[in-house]
Design a protein around this ligand. Structure first.
Ligand SMILES: [Zn+2]
Length: 236
């Protein structure tokens, strides 16, 4: 496995019309790396994989390690080999993303950003699992809860995607969080960093895997889906 390869199963675009069926197991996904983010079948919570351990933050905010047969419609994973970028202190989320972007000069490649430290404020969301027949991403993601914490220690894991890949993934940063004591986590909506150790890893290759055995996906006509506006509403 090359450490400059980012592996993605499914696309954000396939979630838009409600193709939320789990089409890869966590066990299969973990063959492609030890660090990642994603969601479960039916948007069953938010996933963050750290050091090979797949944590789920469910719609109620409960955090647990998922089993190997847990299935995902969409996930991004890689083998960690981060390079240190130094410390950052007392910055808003926008300031952190801007400083990192300036430092790495990598807006046209995929890269991962990891920040371990203390967050003065952290605001996340996690979606409750939807049941079949699935609604659209925008409808399903409204069944979410928002969680907040102050002075939280933990790890932010983010993937940056170039603008041209908006739809396959979220263009810009897509960030998930796990508190060190596992009391808070999820898809990050906003944060303020008190102090954190920052590292990054650039990818030269995107390996895009698609659910070819899922007939609903294979037969779907994406021409009618407004993918980018749905992603704007549900994922940013
Ligand atoms: Zn997310």
């Amino acid at each position: 496995m090359m450490n400059d390869t980012l592996y993605q199963h499914g696309t954000l675009a396939l979630l838009v019309p409600g193709l939320l069926k789990g089409t890869m197991t966590m066990g299969e996904l973990l063959e492609h790396g030890n660090t990642g983010i994603g969601t479960g079948e039916g948007l069953d919570g938010e996933l963050i994989i750290l050091d090979g351990k797949p944590y789920q933050i469910n719609g109620q905010g409960k955090i647990q390690v998922v089993p190997a047969d847990f299935t995902v419609p969409f996930a991004t994973i890689h083998q960690a080999e981060f390079t240190d970028l130094g410390k950052l202190t007392n910055l808003t989320a926008a300031e952190v993303y801007q400083q990192v972007a300036q430092q790495v000069q990598s807006q046209n490649t995929f890269f991962s950003l990891k920040i371990t430290g203390t967050f003065q404020a952290m605001k996340t969301r996690a979606v409750n699992k939807a049941l079949e027949p699935y609604q659209t991403l925008v409808e399903a993601s409204q069944k979410q809860n928002i969680f907040t914490g102050e002075q939280v220690e933990g790890t932010l894991l983010s993937y940056y995607s170039p603008q041209v890949f908006d739809g396959a993934s979220v263009a810009g940063f897509h960030s998930h969080f796990l508190a060190a004591d596992h009391t808070l986590g999820g898809h990050i909506l906003d944060f303020t960093l008190a102090k954190g150790q920052v590292s990054w890893q650039q990818f030269a290759t995107l390996e895009q895997h698609l659910p070819v055995t899922d007939s609903a996906y294979m037969q779907h006509d994406f021409a009618r889906d407004d993918v980018t506006s749905a992603i704007d509403q549900a994922e940013r």
